[in-house]
Design a protein around this ligand. Structure first.
Ligand code: UDP
Length: 238
């Protein structure tokens, strides 16, 4: 909770897959829909966003195909910045004030990542979009979402997923007996090897007592619901 404004502060993680709707690049209709769902909540909640980049490049995949991992990861991070700019555009069209902060300096395009300044934007009701991940190879944007949530003192990480509506006892795409859970502990999720969110993100949240809600982007309105604190999907906690 923001001491200055009394509003809930949350960190929303959006995957790149959502932006591309399964294809390379950005699907404007999908990003516009997501932006409208965020804009619908900004008068009641402070929203920071971490965007993924899987619709452009995933470093691990490129390195399996022969590229240097570090360089491929930087390509992945640059992809997240394109998504951040697309989201910024549609948020502004939807009437929300926004700032993009990048972990890799590119001052013509985005502010540098300055956590105190990000908090100030949030207090003023601006949506802050964090691009370029952590600026470090070998990290994922899930982990960055957990780290940013901790650093800006958000109450929870909201992880929006495509094609799955929460945490299951096993991968529901591979195991027909998999059941959806309303709650799970980080320890349990890690022990069961559940990969819906990566293990570094789970353990960072576990070690620092940060709650995480994993939910599906479908049906429409779910992003707004999660931002406003509805108990959809699965709550992961210590
Ligand atoms: N990445 C990175 N460091 C970070 C964040 C991201 O190296 O701090 C790279 C990594 O190669 C990753 C890619 O950026 O595969 C895209 O991010 P991610 O896979 O997390 O996106 P998502 O799956 O959420 O679309």
């Amino acid at each position: 909770i923001d001491e200055n404004t009394g509003r809930r502060r949350v960190l929303l993680k959006l995957s790149g897959e959502a932006f591309g709707a399964g294809q390379l690049g950005v699907n404007p209709d999908v990003v516009s829909q997501i932006a409208q769902e965020i804009a619908a909540a900004v008068d009641r909640v402070e929203v920071a966003v971490v965007v993924g980049g899987g619709n452009f490049f995933r470093g691990a995949e490129l390195s399996q195909r022969g590229m240097d991992r570090g360089r491929a990861d930087y390509m992945g991070m640059l992809g997240t910045v394109m998504n951040a700019l697309a989201l910024q555009d549609f948020l502004e069209q939807a009437g929300a004030a926004t700032r993009v902060q990048s972990a890799i300096s590119m001052t013509q395009v985005a502010e540098p990542y300055i956590p105190r300044r990000a908090e100030r934007h949030l207090e003023k009701g601006r949506v802050v979009i964090f691009g370029a991940g952590a600026g470090l190879p070998y990290f994922s944007t899930d982990t960055v979402a957990a780290q940013r949530a901790l650093e800006i003192d958000a109450v929870e990480v909201l992880v929006a997923k495509n094609g799955v509506d929460g945490v299951y006892t096993a991968d529901p795409k591979k195991d027909a007996t998999a059941e959806k859970l309303d709650t799970i502990t980080y320890r349990d999720a890690l022990q069961r090897g559940l990969k819906v969110v990566d293990s570094t993100a789970f353990s960072l949240c576990m070690d620092n007592g940060m709650d995480m809600r994993v939910f599906g982007m479908e049906p429409a309105g779910n992003v707004t619901r999660a931002l406003l604190g509805e108990s959809i999907g699965t709550l992961v906690s210590v």
